[in-house]
Design a protein around this ligand. Structure first.
Ligand code: DGY
Length: 420
């Protein structure tokens, strides 16, 4: 195990650039990604607290004036990635994308602080970080939930991080591809195209992006005019947990927490509106087209991570989770294998992802210790056997996507070294 731990550390260090870390060392993702950086920071915190804080600081250096933290920061502008910094054409101090990603920073920072001794310089830096994260969360509340429902919208599938998940199939079917659309994908030259989103998906990703750009990323305008507007269960679970963790951090440092606390109460109450009692499952909501989305995605179980104050629902969820894909050799598949949209090898339409297992493992720790330990050991064994790849087949563990994938390595470190 010691050998693999060292390999995980080396993976992160090899992917490290000036103050930030690439998601992988090949040409697939040549920039800094928002939630990748959060997981990566957690990994560093097991052997270099300053690198962990630097990762977060660099990400927050790209925070927009209104509070948004972009999903990509283009520190290096000479890459083949598409859409690159000119295709987005925005950013504050650092070239960036014009959308965000699941806000995990508060949760990550809380995890880091629980197990590390902090010196004076780090302490004052952490205070600044907390203020920026609070501003980020307030941006979500203000601009992504203008009707104050307690649930926030995402305006592009890329904001979820699970880009081509079948959850988006219905809302994406409604998106009309821009006429004469022109762009050049790079991702499917680096990775087997069978493992990546389809061209038609990209046509729509680019169409949605171009419309956001046309609206100058004005947060009020894009909420109403984006071709895509979905309240997603997984995303809102992550945000609810992050709000709870932010309040803990704010409490420890004596800042004002009223706004966030009130929002948590509203979310706890209205989250239940996304629960189908009869079926015992959560659904996402296509706000643009006013439709419920029922897709058996593993991300729906992030509700366990959100720690909803409802034992009955949590028990029901755990029961269903045990039927998700425990018959397969590796779990959890991103989509339930018996669903029509399941594809064993295509990105977020079937493969096992380490961050999903991590969210669920964490969520189950205080609810079903035995099951959570099983998830942990199966995930650790898979990584030890197959390596730190981006995703894996649930059928035979075939590693796919990018190799030397930073968050697989970082979360491996948390799974094996976190003693709490
Ligand atoms: C990609 O480029 O595939 C990313 O997931 C978009 O954020």
């Amino acid at each position: 195990m010691k050998f693999v731990i060292n390999k995980a550390k080396k993976t992160l260090l090899n992917n490290r650039r000036r103050g930030y870390t690439l998601p992988t060392n090949n040409k697939l993702y040549p920039a800094q990604w928002n939630w990748d950086s959060g997981f990566i920071a957690l990994g560093y915190s097991y052997f270099n607290l300053n690198f962990a804080l630097k990762e977060i600081n660099t990400l927050l250096d790209g925070q927009w004036k209104d509070g948004m933290v972009p999903h990509i920061l283009f520190h290096n502008t000479k890459t083949n990635y598409y859409p690159n910094y000119t295709a987005w054409n925005c950013g504050n101090k650092i070239h960036s994308s014009g959308i965000t990603q699941p806000p995990i920073l508060a949760t990550i920072l809380k995890e880091i602080l629980i197990k590390n001794k902090i010196n004076k310089t780090q302490l004052s830096n952490i205070k600044e970080i907390i203020k920026k994260i609070r501003k980020y969360h307030e941006w979500f509340i203000k601009f992504r939930d203008p009707k104050k429902t307690g649930l926030v919208s995402i305006l592009h599938p890329w904001e979820s991080g699970y880009d081509n998940s079948p959850i988006w199939d219905e809302p994406m079917n409604k998106v009309k591809i821009e006429k004469n659309i022109k762009y050049k994908r790079a991702d499917n030259k680096v990775i087997n195209p069978d493992y990546r989103p389809l061209n038609i998906d990209y046509d729509k990703y680019v169409t949605i992006k171009n419309n956001l750009k046309k609206n100058k990323y004005n947060p009020k305008k894009v909420y109403k005019s984006s071709f895509f507007n979905v309240v997603d269960v997984g995303f809102n679970s992550i945000f609810l947990k992050a709000n709870k963790d932010l309040v803990t951090l704010i409490d420890a440092f004596g800042f004002n927490k009223t706004k966030i606390n009130n929002y948590i109460k509203l979310t706890e109450k209205n989250f239940l509106k996304l629960y189908d009692k009869k079926k015992g499952i959560f659904f996402s909501k296509d706000i643009k087209n006013n439709r419920k989305i029922y897709v058996p995605s593993i991300t729906n179980y992030f509700v366990l991570f959100a720690d909803l104050n409802n034992d009955k629902i949590n028990r029901k969820l755990i029961k269903n989770l045990k039927k998700h894909n425990l018959k397969e050799k590796y779990f959890f598949s991103s989509i339930k294998p018996d669903h029509k949209s399941f594809e064993e090898k295509r990105y977020w339409r079937g493969p096992v992802w380490i961050n999903c297992n991590w969210f669920i493992y964490k969520g189950l720790k205080n609810k079903d210790k035995f099951f959570s330990n099983k998830i942990k050991s199966k995930t650790v064994q898979m990584l030890q056997k197959k390596g730190f790849f981006e995703y894996f087949s649930c059928r035979n563990g075939e590693p796919m996507g990018a190799k030397n994938f930073s968050w697989s390595a970082a979360l491996y470190l948390d799974l094996v070294l976190n003693k709490s």
